[in-house]
Design a protein around this ligand. Structure first.
Ligand SMILES: [Fe+2]
Ligand SMILES: [Fe+2]
Length: 294
């Protein structure tokens, strides 16, 4: 049974999208090593055994993420007037996003964030990088503000220009009304060549939202990781180079460095939340005010 608190949509919970990402991009040997090689499995057709709920989720995402929709959501949410949240009330709020049918996933969000952050910490990365791991998915609170799953998670892609065939289930984009708008279907669409991704509207979701919440507080590498971590057509498939500028190309190295921590740190061993709490409270306070505006 679908738990409504996990957001309206076909997925039992938001993790089902991320489980599908791991299926599409299986962990290569030594994924956390910088020069890991692609697994053979990576070249299989991902459509063949996608779960029906995931396929339906992408059908909705691709149908409804239009230029007008993204503009409306940016106007609605980027004012950041919904709620003030600190670290623990944020994590607790996020944890109300649970799947009733599986009590083991009831801590899934907080555990994913702590496992990501702890793996980054174990590898000796800077403190801002660890904090990025901890908060990168806080934007999923959009579901708790009533947004449907397809407007919170899913691989992101630019809107207002031609769709890349590197977008997962790109054939579903034929149902997007923007596919009939000639102005949006040239390679650069409403943008100019090399204009830089900062000038490009991405499909709406938790990445762009969280970027705006923390953009005054973290270094540029961290902001790229947060803003583009779901942009799989860009950071895993190499699409949309014609819209990127030199800065994007430079900082996408950070997005790619972050990705294995996001995808491959799901562990059977559950993080000891109470023991970790003081470390992360101090880390939060080093970079952020006690509460952030969502
Ligand atoms: Fe995410
Ligand atoms: Fe994540």
């Amino acid at each position: 049974m679908v738990d409504r608190s996990a957001g309206q949509g076909p997925l039992n919970d938001l993790d089902e999208w991320e489980d599908d990402l791991r299926r599409r991009y299986p962990e290569p040997a030594g994924a956390l090593a910088p020069d890991s090689t692609k697994s053979k499995d990576e070249f299989r057709d991902y459509r063949a055994d996608a779960k029906p709920a995931v396929t339906e989720f992408y059908r909705l995402n691709h149908r409804y993420q239009t230029v007008d929709f993204v503009r409306a959501k940016r106007d609605e949410f980027l004012k950041l007037g919904k709620r003030q949240m600190g670290l623990w009330d944020g994590l607790e709020f996020l944890n109300t996003l649970v799947d009733d049918s599986d009590p083991d996933t009831s801590l899934a969000q907080i555990e994913h964030l702590l496992q990501t952050a702890e793996a980054i910490r174990r590898d000796g990365h800077p403190r801002w990088f660890i904090l990025t791991g901890l908060i990168h998915d806080f934007g999923k609170v959009l579901c708790l503000f009533g947004e449907p799953q397809w407007a919170v998670v899913g691989d992101t892609f630019p809107v207002g220009c031609a769709y890349s065939d590197k977008i997962v289930f790109s054939e579903f984009l034929a149902d997007n009304p923007d596919s009939q708008v000639a102005e949006y279907q040239t390679p650069c669409g409403i943008y100019s060549p090399g204009c830089g991704l900062d000038n490009v509207m991405m499909s709406w979701g938790h990445d762009e939202y969280m970027y705006h919440i923390v953009k005054d507080y973290l270094p540029k590498e961290a902001l790229y990781m947060i803003r583009y971590h779901s942009f799989y057509p860009g950071h895993r498939e190499g699409a949309y180079q014609h819209l990127m500028n030199a800065e994007d190309r430079k900082y996408f190295a950070a997005v790619r460095a972050f990705n294995p921590y996001d995808l491959y740190t799901k562990a059977a061993e559950r993080p000891k939340i109470d023991e970790l709490r003081p470390f992360y409270e101090e880390l939060w306070n080093e970079f952020f005010p006690p509460q952030l505006a969502f």
